[in-house]
Design a protein around this ligand. Structure first.
Ligand SMILES: [Zn+2]
Length: 250
């Protein structure tokens, strides 16, 4: 039954009367839905938070009742999204010895490499100095990752720029919360330091993607043709990003 039919039914049904009463909130075990009103939202929107809470956004002139209908129509999507979420481990908020975190594309446990005064932890073959072994290691490790990224990512970018004859001018490595890379018209390529956590083919794809933007500042078919030429497995990389982006906190 589509929305219009539903409306007509509501209006003409003697049982419903002229003023329709909002349906009682359908409660389903294990399902939490939070409503939030947004004055900027144009449409109803349903998102799934990392903690498993579904968030229904109600636009300025919308109603909670409509939002419930919207949710009903997107039940399948929500079920699939929950399933996807359960299949992948969530990024841990706090990193301690034993935490598995994404490093060089693999979920890798944080292990003790040395204790005492000169405490060190390792992630596979990489060793990092830490002030102490207990407590949250995340700030220290992320600072290490950023330093690594500032060495590795520009080097790789210059390499791929030379390989593809691209005209990059500067490479900067940033702490970006929402994007992997960007590129400006003056030839500056910005890369997210978290690319040291992803598999190499994903890192390379992001670099190629930005390099190709130096020639096509858009996402036109011409742009994608250029990407395809230099990085034929870009679709796999996009798929990896979609599936695993949350592992690196993006
Ligand atoms: Zn792009």
């Amino acid at each position: 039954m589509n929305e219009r039919q539903e409306d007509l039914f509501g209006l003409f049904s003697p049982a419903a009367g002229v003023h329709r009463v909002p349906p009682a909130e359908p409660h389903r075990a294990g399902e939490e839905i939070v409503f939030q009103r947004s004055h900027r939202a144009q449409n109803y929107r349903l998102t799934l938070r990392r903690d498993g809470t579904a968030v229904a956004t109600i636009p300025a002139r919308g109603s909670e009742r409509e939002a419930w209908r919207f949710i009903e129509r997107h039940r399948d999507w929500l079920a699939r999204a929950r399933e996807r979420q359960q299949r992948r481990p969530a990024a841990a908020e706090v990193w301690t010895i034993g935490t598995h975190l994404l490093w060089r594309g693999e979920m890798t446990p944080v292990r003790i490499a040395a204790a005492g005064e000169r405490a060190q932890v390792c992630l596979a073959a990489d060793v990092f100095r830490v002030p102490q072994l207990d407590g949250d290691l995340r700030p220290t490790l992320e600072a290490h990752f950023l330093r690594r990224a500032k060495v590795e990512l520009p080097a790789r970018t210059w390499e791929l720029a030379a390989l593809t004859g691209s005209d990059a001018r500067h490479v900067v490595v940033r702490n970006q919360r929402s994007r992997w890379g960007s590129c400006s018209a003056n030839g500056t390529i910005s890369l997210n330091w978290r690319l040291v956590q992803t598999p190499d083919f994903v890192r390379d794809y992001i670099v190629y993607h930005e390099l190709m933007h130096l020639r096509e500042m858009n996402h036109s078919a011409r742009f994608w043709a250029r990407v395809e030429e230099v990085c034929p497995d870009w679709r796999d990389a996009e798929r990896w990003i979609k599936r695993n982006g949350t592992l690196v906190g993006l």
